[in-house]
Design a protein around this ligand. Structure first.
Ligand code: ADP
Ligand code: MG
Length: 273
């Protein structure tokens, strides 16, 4: 569904991405992990066509990404950027209806469009809130509306940049369960996740970025390894299988020599001084 070869992006001569290859098939969830500044959002911006790579090519459903018209592309692919929904004064229903735009042949909604909107509002539990303005909702609720809008778009590929970062645990699971249901329906999922444990639980395959290069790729058990995590994040971890599913889970080890960290030293000095 999505294929990229040799993606390279520089900002002011510095590599943000270098020689990245990837593919995402239908019915598959691929997760992108890596430290802050490793190039995750840059990769997302290239894959959704927001920016052009300096080198490399991207294919969506077998056709070069740049060859798609915006409208045709939006029928194939929905994107949930990191800042999903600004607090706009539109109602929940109005925002979800916007997801239908790429499918509408006329400026008004057809019966099929209304059916999809109704179904999405029901399935996301947003039907009772349909007339509430989005700018009165909490962050977690707004995230659900953004997801509902993407669902109404009925894409074959969904790209999400850290969809759970600002949500509490309940909403994190709610969002990821919704993503999992899409995948079951054959949608291809590519998502950036901050939380390694959730990434291991919800992704079929993981890509690990370090300073713009892929240094790990494979099933969660092949990527969530203490040696790789140490190399890429510079921390010591314990890896243990999840008691339910057996997927690898990461436990952080507190540093023994706390005094040696420059941040801790600076904090201690601030306290004393
Ligand atoms: P991540 O999402 O993994 O935290 P980013 O893709 O945002 O990382 O950033 C990767 C690197 O590219 C960082 O060093 C960042 O400073 C740099 N970068 C990203 N976008 C720009 C930009 N528009 N201009 C200059 N540098 C950028
Ligand atoms: Mg980012």
């Amino acid at each position: 569904m999505l294929r990229a070869k040799g993606l390279t992006k520089r900002y002011g001569g510095r590599f943000a991405l270098e020689g990245v290859d990837l593919r995402v098939e239908q019915g598959e969830t691929v997760g992108l992990i890596g430290p802050n500044g490793s190039g995750k959002s840059t990769l997302v911006r290239l894959l959704c066509g927001e920016e052009k790579p300096d080198e490399g090519r991207i294919f969506l459903a077998g056709r070069e990404l740049s060859a798609w018209s915006p409208r045709e592309r939006a029928k194939q692919m929905a994107v949930l950027p990191q800042e999903a929904l600004p607090p706009v004064p539109f109602t929940v229903e109005e925002v979800v209806k916007m997801g239908r735009h790429p499918h509408m042949r006329r400026p008004w909604m057809g019966r099929e469009d209304w059916n999809v909107v109704e179904e999405v509002l029901e399935r996301t539990g947003l039907a009772p809130a349909r007339h509430r303005p989005v700018n009165r909702l909490s962050g977690g609720e707004r995230q659900r509306v953004a997801i509902a809008k993407a669902m109404a778009q009925e894409p074959r590929l969904m790209i999400l940049d850290e969809p759970t970062t600002y949500l509490d645990v309940r909403y994190q699971l709610e969002v990821l369960d919704a993503v999992h249901r899409w995948k079951k329906q054959g949608v291809a999922i590519f998502m950036v996740l901050h939380d390694l444990n959730l990434a291991a639980q919800y992704c079929d395959r993981l890509l690990l970025l370090k300073e713009g290069e892929l240094v790990g790729e494979g099933r969660p058990s092949e990527v969530i390894r203490s040696d790789l995590i140490r190399e890429v994040y510079g921390v010591e971890v314990l890896i243990t299988p999840h008691p339910d599913s057996g997927v690898p889970q990461v436990l952080l080890k507190a540093r023994e020599e706390r005094g040696s960290s420059p941040i801790v030293r600076a904090l201690a000095m601030g306290k004393n001084g």
